[in-house]
Design a protein around this ligand. Sequence first.
Ligand code: NAP
Length: 463
Amino acid sequence: MSDETDPGDGRPLRVAVIGAGPAGIYTAEALTRRAPVPVTVDLLDRLPTPFGLVRHGIAPDHPKMRAIRDTLHRALDDPGVRFVGNVEVGTDITLDDLRAHVDAVVYTYGAALDRPLSIDGEDLPGSLAATDLVAWYCGHPDADRARVEASLEGVRRAVVVGVGNVALDVARVLARAPQELEPTDMPQHVLDALAAAPVEEVTVLGRRGPAQASFTTMELRELDGLEQATVLVDPADLELSPAAEERIAGDRNATRNLAVLREWTGHRPEPDRVRLHLRFHRRPVRLLGADRVTGVEVERTTVDDEGRAVGTGEYEVLPADLVVRSVGYRGQGLPGLPVDQRSGTVPNEDGRVLRDGAPSAGEYVAGWIKRGPTGVVGTNKHDARETVASLLADAEAGVIRPSGDRDDLVQTLRARGAEPVLLEDWRAIDAAEVALGATRGRARTTLHERESLLSAVRAAAGR
Ligand code: NAP
């Protein structure tokens, strides 16, 4: 190790990564496997479980995608990486205190907030953010069970606003037959509530045209394979302006999407099957209802040459007793770490956090809180490597300095009454979920309460 890269006393470079989702795990992996100097990583998460949106975002009926956790687990098993769950930065430990334990911090805690539509009626019962519904069906401990389950009760017609992949996840889960969801790791109360909802119609609503939809073709095509739903597309929605034709010609995803949508214009509603409408050129202007949602008023739109939705002044009402807005995620700051309110990201340059426009020594960012809520799980790998390259270059240049000589982080946390969950504790949770699933012949059932997660840890530790 050269003098420049040695943080001062011959010990490894010590890095805390905040957020154990894919971005955090790829960051830890890049730090421990690709650095030319020894690095140790404390991988913190406010939940007692790792994997972030792989656990609490990827739809449970996508088991192959969720299996990426097995690959991510390899980084957790690296002796240079220590998973420290159930620790909230800002509550259990301040950012300043944490920084005193390590030489550098990488923020990878994602973008957990929903974006609002900012229209009348949005707060009515029966109006949910996709983030609420997704958290609930994935068994996130902070999900608002009461609100989501009350909103689902008796639902016949649902409208999902937005045409991204999350909107398709939500529409698919709502339209699935109970027997399709039965083998998943959804908590039992989720399976029961979804099975009890008498859904007859789900409408996915794009404010622009099919040329501008952001869902991907594989996810779109999957809608046609649902056991009890028929996908319905109005050919009038697929008529393209010359500008849209041009856009589609240069965009393979849009070209494929349009081909799939065109195939479906011949579908007709069938008795006893959920009608799964994909509708475009309609933007919601207001949610209707007195004590709960009864419909969505939408304005018809055209798309201008710059690709913006322009209202036509024609309105219609889509009856609905559930409206789920799936219009993107938004990041928030941590105490001591501001975010740009407009973008919902931490200002940065190649992953170096900018404070007052200048790089802040020893502070980095990766994943959705760095670049915004876009891309698939694998996108975070490249993103994390870029950030780690900046961090290692700074270490090499002597920008990162050893910060103090404090007690071990986990001891400090325990001394303050926190209950950090380490890798062997997570293994106990993992085993408890597998055992719970086995009671109903499933591979796993997600434990959805913080207390049950911690009970599994305590039971395994004999506490
Ligand atoms: P997204 O792809 O950005 O989609 C957001 C949708 O909301 C867009 O259709 C957008 O339309 C619409 N929208 C935004 N504001 C609106 C408004 N005020 N009124 C009506 N519509 C509005 O985001 P996402 O679906 O949340 O997904 C986030 C990321 O995760 C994406 O990169 C996605 O691919 C990824 N993801 C992947 C998978 C998978 O691979 N299976 C699954 C889930 C998520 P405009 O385009 O008109 O703004």
